[in-house]
Design a protein around this ligand. Structure first.
Ligand SMILES: [Mn+2]
Length: 413
């Protein structure tokens, strides 16, 4: 749970900045809770990234309270099983990691919050997502919802302020230590892909699950903590589904393989995609589509610099994709609907503690935002999917390519 090389001042400064910007009397945020897998087993724990950004702590169900004069944690005291069968919380470690030295149990903690409540007290928190996120088809962690209900019950005249936007804006600009950690996560990923995705090495594989295992092992050997997200390793037609993550493909000759993976390193993520050939040479057509995506990516880098608006930038990239689709004879004219059929995603997203890090895309892109550049063309009717994904840091006059050490080629040697 401790990250010894992230100084706890990082987390403390994040809290101070957020408190200043929140214009609230009190900030209360919660860690995520554990989710049941079956019977007495839980799914692997994933911390609420914003809670981690403010504390560095990877424990479930902690609650962080910040006021003008103090900050403290409330630890859950009602989990008999967890405390007896897993591990006790180590307050010394909590203090070292987060620089928070006041820890209260549930009862004392909430009594303290009530005592500090003034009339018309403004409490800032991260509002919960809908219980079921319809578009994605998955359920939100219930911890924020529980906390929100609890804050509302504190008193009738509490004013609740949503700070999701504020924290997104803070997290959008990466501090030097964060840039280093992302670079390290990227380097681990690059070295691993240079080992696994070479023409010579790929001959050893018959299925994508084994490739994934070797990539994971490469991440761990190099100090990574695991996959940043469910890896996408997809062959032929399956590579035309942008998030195909079944890892159930056999490697057959004559097919392109999209490999979209990233290592996690001390809380920060990498996200890189290469498209390579399995057991043969690419066909003329496959090479043509590949070259088109590569050209789009090269042109896209030139569009990036601090101050551009994400919306305009994405629109320009879409035009670049459209021009290549016309050249490939896939569409006839630049038409949004037609382009989106072959390029159904955005080109860039912010990268950090989350693979899709929160950001305010209405805001001009700031200097030191770290983001992906990932154009792709997916032609279902031809069974060809190509995506290339690299990572840049936005600078005042352009961008710095953080993944330059990994070759961009169908054949990595
Ligand atoms: Mn990505």
């Amino acid at each position: 749970m401790i990250n010894q090389s992230i100084p706890n001042t990082f987390f403390k400064n994040n809290r101070l900045k957020l408190f200043k910007q929140s214009q609230a009397d009190m900030i209360i945020v919660t860690a995520n809770g554990l989710l049941q897998k079956s019977a007495d087993e839980h799914l692997p724990f994933g911390q609420d990234s914003s809670f981690w950004y403010l504390t560095g702590l990877n424990e479930p169900d902690l609650i962080l309270v910040i006021t003008q004069n103090e900050e403290f944690l409330i630890v859950p005291s009602h989990y008999t099983y967890r405390q007896s069968a897993l591990a006790d919380l180590d307050s010394e470690l909590i203090n070292q990691t987060s620089a928070i030295n006041q820890i209260f149990n549930e009862k004392e903690g909430w009594q303290k919050v009530k005592k500090d409540l003034k009339k018309d007290c403004k409490i800032a928190t991260l509002l919960p997502a809908p219980a079921l996120m319809q578009y994605y088809g998955f359920y939100a962690n219930p911890a924020r919802r529980r906390l929100y209900a609890k804050i509302k019950r504190l008193s009738n005249d509490v004013i609740i302020i949503d700070i999701r936007q504020k924290i997104a804006t803070l997290r959008m600009v990466k501090q030097p230590i964060e840039i280093n950690l992302i670079q390290k996560a990227l380097d681990i990923t690059i070295q691993t892909l240079k080992e696994v995705l070479t023409v010579k090495n790929l001959k050893n594989y018959h299925d994508t699950r084994t490739i994934e295992q070797d990539i994971l092992s490469g991440f761990i050997r190099r100090g990574g903590s695991g996959h940043a997200f469910d890896p996408i390793i997809a062959i032929g037609k399956n590579a035309t589904y942008i998030h195909y993550n079944k890892l159930a493909d056999s490697i057959t000759s004559g097919q392109l393989m999209v490999c979209d993976v990233g290592s996690r390193y001390m809380g920060y993520n990498a996200d890189i995609t290469r498209t390579v050939v399995g057991h043969s040479k690419a066909s003329h057509r496959q090479q043509e589509v590949y070259n088109a995506v590569k050209e789009i990516q090269q042109e896209t880098y030139k569009l990036i610099k601090a101050g551009i608006k994400a919306k305009d930038y994405e629109h320009q990239v879409e035009t670049l994709v459209g021009q290549q689709l016309i050249k490939l004879g896939i569409i006839k004219k630049l038409d949004h609907q037609a382009i989106k059929r072959y390029y159904p995603h955005a080109c860039s997203h912010s990268l950090g503690i989350d693979t899709h890090d929160p950001a305010d895309y209405n805001y001009p892109l700031p200097e030191n935002m770290v983001m992906t550049v990932e154009p792709g063309i997916y032609i279902k009717e031809e069974g060809i999917g190509v995506r290339l994904e690299d990572v840049v840091r936005v600078t005042k006059n352009g961008c710095q390519l953080m993944t330059a050490d990994l070759p961009t080629s169908l054949y990595i040697s």
